[in-house]
Design a protein around this ligand. Sequence first.
Ligand code: ASP
Length: 352
Amino acid sequence: MTTWNFIEATQSAWDTLMVGGSAIDAVETGCHVCEELQCDNSVGFGNHPDENGETTLDAMIMDGDTFNVGAVAGLRRIKNAVGVARKVLDNTDHSMLSGDLATAFAVQMGFKEESLSSNESTEIYNEWKSADCQPNFWENVTPNSTASCGPYSPLRSQSNEAKPAIEFGGNSNHDTIGIIAMDENGKMAVGTSTNGAKYKIPGRVGDSPIPGAGAYVDAKIGAAVATGNGDIMLRFLPTFSAVEFLRQGYQPELAAEMAINRIKVVEPLFSGAVIVVSSHGQVGVACNGLEWGFTYVTAENGTITQMQMFCEEDAKPSKASIYYQSIAVAIIFMVSLNINKAYFLYIRLFRN
Ligand code: ASP
């Protein structure tokens, strides 16, 4: 299973299993296909520049039998982040390498060092600069981060002014690939790859390379992957808690919902989604705050299916839609002068 609409990645992960590859091989291949395709501009090189205009990458692979993890965080100048994560898994006793020193490791392992910028990332960065570096992730700093670029210094006292949250929920600042794979022997692995948050403060690491945050697996129990606002999600370890809920006997659907709800209680507006697969292959998915809902892809017996769901609160009509619905009802009523008819029209138009 794969987050978002990453059909090619899911297909390639499936194909890897079909030629005898392991679950780990499948997640690596799937994530790498997305890195090369620059899926949704959110995976791989050439997009989501940080405040210096640089694209950096986070990736992870976790083995569901051994609980071994290979991860890279803030990887610079190497395109194949998940490949480097695999080398951390296979060729070291460590679990995560970060930044420039992860790059040095990658070069030693034979990866090519090259710029991760593209014309697009340069353009996005220049536009952001000329818009006074808006939006950004700073708070309680001077000069005022809602109106001007840095360099910033900390304010002496914390400002009480509420800062509008940077848009993570729209379609432009997320879409990490997270894959759950199970091979024919029931071995499970998970993987993630992302270029993280657009305009991030250099050095920022999201949830995706953190075991239990971006992904987690215990092959005897099940696996989970997450996508969304990593700065919030990593504080709650949603994929770890989803797998633990499975262990306690909850069905995957409920485990996913409970993992999301734990975040929602504290951060009701956060945007994100969790996919859960039990060791028996049952699936559960839950999301919150994703305006256009959440898309995910399943590969079952070779059939690749794209699924779409809406997050619970998205079903609730906004104030604007209630306003327009009321006007529509009034017009229908005036035209027909028939209450019953207006009511049934209303039901048909807005409640299906
Ligand atoms: N979780 C990723 C991050 O915060 C982004 C995303 O999946 O939307 O880096």
